[in-house]
Design a protein around this ligand. Structure first.
Ligand SMILES: Nc1ncnc2c1ncn2[C@@H]1O[C@H](COP(=O)(O)OP(=O)(O)OP(=O)(O)O)[C@@H](O)[C@H]1O
Ligand SMILES: *[C@@H]1O[C@H](CO)[C@@H](O)[C@H](O)[C@H]1NC(C)=O
Ligand SMILES: *[C@@H]1O[C@H](CO)[C@@H](O)[C@H](O)[C@H]1NC(C)=O
Ligand SMILES: *[C@@H]1O[C@H](CO)[C@@H](O)[C@H](O)[C@H]1NC(C)=O
Ligand SMILES: *[C@@H]1O[C@H](CO)[C@@H](O)[C@H](O)[C@H]1NC(C)=O
Ligand SMILES: [Mg+2]
Length: 424
């Protein structure tokens, strides 16, 4: 990565591991610069540290990219150099949100009697007030509400707390699903939110790095690859540090794979006539938003059944998993004929007209025995259902569906809050 010249403004913040700089030419954005951790004079030590900074860089940028592509609202904008990235300027909410799938670590100390390995379904949420002097005490939701924080002009009330709680669960599930493709269990995770100073939106901010999660390959604690290895070291010897570094490398090699879909697939839309093109384009557009290729074909099962079956054979023949969508007005012969002749899923998505729609739809619903096609009237919903089918094996698609569910939930919540504020 080659650093483009940026004019740094004022230093806004500095912590143990990062400095935050204003960007003179990009109001509303900041540079998040990882600090040089290198201890003076020790060349051996320096070498190790440099390696680790780069590994941490890759981890953070890949994780944020995955979340961003899924549709999660984050502060991350783009990578700037090996050790810095550009992010939305946030006022940080001083809470660490912790999400757990498996009980381990400090949870066991706070909940004596619970054995390591206890599995939380639903996920267990905890929050900690960021207060170094008091060792980051655990807080209840009520304590957070009573603190009455205001950041970037936004008061942190029940709605904001609910949004952060929900977002943490969605972010965990997305990362958990992604790590599962590498046979790796995401055990727990801690994240922080900020209020974007320009939009006043709550966004995932700060970083997700080696210290933010526990990862157990094959669900096995003894193979843990996170910072816990470092904490558990009895003695910091060069060999031990090499092992810690190898573990971080293991993570950083795999974190890139999280961005790659595990399985490919496609949607093939068959339309009875080009008069249904606008309807089919809506299906294609929605498929594209999920990253699923979509092909449009014209064929009529009534007037050219030989061609319909030839087209079917063409897509069955190349081994790519396919969902067929049948778009036929009036009497839908297309979907049922496809469904009776392929083992791939078929979705009927008839373009319903006001005059005969109530009668026509029965040709998609009432099937002879042995046919398993489904019927979905909205073209966007038909694409979504296809995405859900692919999401079973393609985590990138699944993550988009999961983020979209969160975003819908959040916008409903905000719409209600706005309405309440207007009526008071
Ligand atoms: N996008 C952002 N905009 C503004 N501030 C940010 C952003 N991302 C991170 N920060 C803040 O920058 C500061 C420096 O980060 P660093 O992680 O080094 O702090 P720290 O020493 O770990 O302290 P803390 O306990 O607050 O995390 C932190 O207060 C962090 O919340
Ligand atoms: C984890 O990554 C940070 C950079 O974010 C790095 O400074 C630190 O050394 C790493 N952790 C350990 C235990 O080395
Ligand atoms: C930092 O991460 C980016 C994105 O993965 C990568 O292109 C770059 O090479 C990394 N830098 C180093 C020093 O590894
Ligand atoms: C998060 O939400 C869940 C479910 O509504 C609730 O049980 C839990 O107490 C909340 N956690 C926190 C830390 O606010
Ligand atoms: C995950 O485990 C399965 C079954 O043990 C194995 O077939 C597969 O190759 C593993 N995948 C990865 C990415 O390690
Ligand atoms: Mg920090």
């Amino acid at each position: 990565v080659h650093a483009v010249e940026l004019t740094l403004g004022q230093k806004l913040n500095e912590g143990k591991t990062k400095q935050i700089f204003e960007l003179v030419d990009e109001p509303g954005l900041v540079l998040v610069q990882s600090k040089d951790q290198i201890t003076a004079g020790n060349a051996v030590r320096k070498d190790q540290m440099e390696g680790k900074a780069a590994i941490a860089n890759k981890t953070t940028s890949c994780v944020f990219k995955l979340l961003q592509e899924a549709g999660i609202n984050t502060a991350f904008k783009k990578l700037h150099s090996d050790t810095a990235f550009i992010a939305a300027h946030c006022e940080m909410i001083p809470i660490e949100w912790v999400c757990r799938r498996i009980a381990t670590g400090s949870f066991l100390k706070r909940n004596p009697g619970v054995k390591e390995g206890f599995r939380f379904s639903p996920l267990k949420m905890e929050m900690f007030f960021k207060d170094d002097a008091n060792n980051d005490p655990q807080w209840s939701e009520e304590q957070l509400l009573e603190a009455k924080f205001t950041l970037a002009g936004l008061s942190i009330g029940q709605c904001e707390v609910d949004v952060m709680n929900r977002s943490t669960v969605a972010i965990f599930e997305i990362l958990e699903k992604a790590w599962a493709t590498q046979n790796c269990t995401l055990v727990d995770m801690k994240i922080e939110f900020g209020v974007n100073v320009r939009t006043q939106e709550i966004v995932l901010a700060d970083v997700i790095d080696n210290d933010s999660w526990r990862l157990w390959p094959a669900g096995d604690r003894s193979q843990q690859k996170d910072k816990q290895v470092y904490r558990d070291l009895k003695e910091v010897t060069p060999e031990a540090m090499q092992m810690v570094k190898r573990n971080f490398e293991w993570v950083s090699e795999r974190v890139q794979l999280l961005l790659e879909p595990q399985a490919s697939g496609r949607v093939v839309v068959l339309m009875g006539s080009t008069s249904d093109m606008a309807h089919c384009e809506k299906i294609r557009k929605a498929c594209t938003s999920f990253g699923i290729p979509c092909i449009l074909r014209v064929t009529s099962a009534h007037k050219g059944p030989d061609e319909t079956l030839r087209i079917k054979a063409q897509y069955e023949g190349d081994g790519t998993p396919t969902v067929f969508v049948a778009v036929a007005g009036r009497s839908n012969g297309l979907g049922p004929v496809m469904s009776g002749n392929t083992a791939y899923p078929v979705i009927n998505c008839p373009p319903i007209t006001p005059d005969w729609g109530a009668q026509d739809v029965w040709s998609s619903l009432r099937m002879p025995s042995g046919l398993g096609c489904s019927t979905i009237l909205s073209p966007e919903a038909a694409a979504q259902f296809a995405a859900q089918i692919f999401g079973l094996t393609n985590h990138v698609v699944w993550c988009k569906l999961r983020a979209s569910m969160l975003n819908t939930w959040v916008s409903l919540k905000l719409a209600d809050q706005k309405l309440q504020a207007c009526t008071i």
